[in-house]
Write a protein that binds this ligand. Structure first.
Ligand code: OGA
Ligand code: MN
Length: 202
């Protein structure tokens, strides 16, 4: 099933990524789906399904709370209707990106993430040194009524050397070119929930 509303927003995402390397969208998915995803993320956290996130990959993977302090769980298709709904929506985005940019994006890998109060993720790029498949990053936020004084912004370091802070408010989707845009997660005073994913090429 294709989401009409999402389909209408895709050209804007394409234009933004082509012109500036990033795009911010709000309310791109139905509010009920966002709410269900937030409930599911909190439930997974409460059930102990999330594990401390690592830095690097394969043999080089290590948990380093001084670099990132979130806990994550990867999505797989068939886990729940809301997570399937999200994967399906992101697959529509993937197809649109491929049509516009011939990126050969083959899949979308994605995890729930919970940052406890005080946790952060230091400035980094999303592409690994030894694996350049991650091409476009997509982060979807799940937090109701987020206030600026609660911290927790995604800080993006833009090519023109300005910084842009994005609050992790429910319904906000951020996309950016994984290899090009340095970014960090600032500490917050409350739990910060998101779905973070990467469109990967072959
Ligand atoms: C990441 C990341 C950003 C965010 O997980 O690599 O940068 O806003 N997340 O959660
Ligand atoms: Mn990142």
């Amino acid at each position: 099933m294709t989401d009409q509303h999402l389909q209408r927003l895709l050209p804007q995402i394409i234009d933004d990524l082509a012109g500036q390397g990033w795009s911010r969208q709000t309310h791109i998915l139905p509010e009920t789906l966002t709410r269900e995803l937030a409930i599911e993320c909190r439930k997974r956290a409460r059930d102990g399904a999330l594990s401390p996130a690592g830095v690097g990959r394969g043999q080089g993977l290590a948990v380093r709370e001084g670099i990132r302090g979130d806990s994550i769980q990867w999505l797989e298709s068939g886990q729940s209707p809301p997570s399937d709904g999200y994967l399906q929506a992101m697959d529509e985005v993937r197809q649109a990106l491929n049509q516009a940019f011939f990126l050969g994006l083959e899949d979308f890998e994605c995890h729930f993430a919970s940052y406890p109060p005080g946790a952060f993720y230091q400035k980094h790029l999303d592409r690994f040194r030894d694996d350049d498949r991650r091409t476009v990053t997509a982060v979807y936020y799940l937090n109701d009524d987020w206030q600026a004084d609660e911290g927790g912004a995604l800080r993006m370091y833009l090519p023109d050397e300005t910084e842009l802070d994005v609050l992790p408010a429910a319904g906000t989707l951020i996309l950016f070119m994984s290899a090009e845009l340095p970014h960090e997660v600032l500490p917050a005073t409350r739990e910060r929930l998101s779905l973070t994913g990467w469109f990967r090429r072959r």
